[in-house]
Ligand binder design. Sequence first.
Ligand SMILES: [Ca+2]
Length: 477
Amino acid sequence: MDSLYQERSDASMKTLSLSLLSHLVCVGILSATSAADLKVNRPNIVLIFSDDQGWNDVGAYGSEIPTPNIDRLAKEGIKFTHFYSASSICTPSRFGLLTGRNPSRSHDRLLGALMFMAEEDKVRGIHSDETTIATVLRDQAGYDTALIGKWHLGHGAPSFLPVNHGFDLFRGHTGGCIDYFTMTYGKIPDWYHGLDLVSENGYATELIADEATHYLESRAKSEKPFFLYLAYNAPHFGKGYSPKDDAPVNIMQAQAADLKRVASIEDKVRREFAAMTVNLDDGVGQVLETLDQTGLADNTLVIFLTDHGGDPVYGGSNLPLRGTKATLFEGGLRVPCVMRWPGQIQPGTVIDQPVGSLDLFPTFCSLGGVETDDHVLDGIDLSPWLLHESAEMKEREFFWELGAHAELDRQTWAALRSGSWKYLRSPTEGEFLFDLAADPNEEQNLAEVHPERLAELRQHWETRAEAYRSASSSLAP
Ligand SMILES: [Ca+2]
């Protein structure tokens, strides 16, 4: 099956590479059409990724939580209304984002979160032959690369860490969350500079924003383009430590000054979540201001998206969408996503077609002038739509698999979107069929009304699941 996906990928990339090149000429990025010129004009990329922030947790998407800086990106660029994460859990979402491959293809079947405290998870993670966008941009397009913030793709051997996966610079943490004030996971140190653990204190969201500011300032006079993956731990809960139980504990960690800013929110947990969110939004504002001050803004594509839906237990909200983090309803998968590139992306653009985080790898490659023929990818190059070409987006399928564990034969969540139809299988609630065009919030299960379509989509899911499983094991070292 790999060859099938390779063929699709090849065909689309050839078409779109040509398309991009001609477009870059049209919009004035290039003065000539040579590959050398394309390389000279590669944009910087700042990819801001927040944690457990749901559909209803960004102002531009209807939230009561004020996020003026994220909203500014939407006003000055594109707002996507059907942007899908690769998964509704941290680790597989990040695997898909960074590799452009469905998480079901990952060697270690990264279909659930890597739990930091679990000994068995210290030998799992992203493998050295699984290629990230950072590696490609660094090695094939000459980008300087950095990860500031959360990794969550392996915390055991150094081979799992970001500096061995394409990132020149890493300042951040490897586990699923941290204590916002001590940068530890419970009591376990988890703040790195490169491969070295360091002691830090402050407030994680602000520390990450400050590190980003320093990085951008250091890039201002460089000839090389850069790729900054800015992965906030916020507004995910923090991982504190309970002396009474002598164990790590999940805690909301808002600062008093931020709580005052959202005092009108009555529910205590929602208010704490909102306070952590406005601080995150401040960080986005600080990044945008630094881009302005350094003169980098015009040649920098800034993207903000979240890793998956919110968790209402910890104050997140995905309303009016159904479901939450760790489910495959729209509330788990559909995420806020905005992109800005001054002078290239038209301000106030709204894109309603279904796209997703798996599309970012081929898109960044296209913008960086890198061919993707050698990669088996599951997304498409979005640059024609970012740059307002009159390109038609073909209907395609989106596939998700959650919680599978081949050795244990655990129950899984399954979902597949084909056109406006969505098939979903929950381990506890059975099968669903939704028509998202008529029912975007998944209120009407049409499984009994359209049994043939249900069977057809179920079969599509099974075929893909088997293909990905084979690809995963056949590539494993
Ligand atoms: Ca998350």
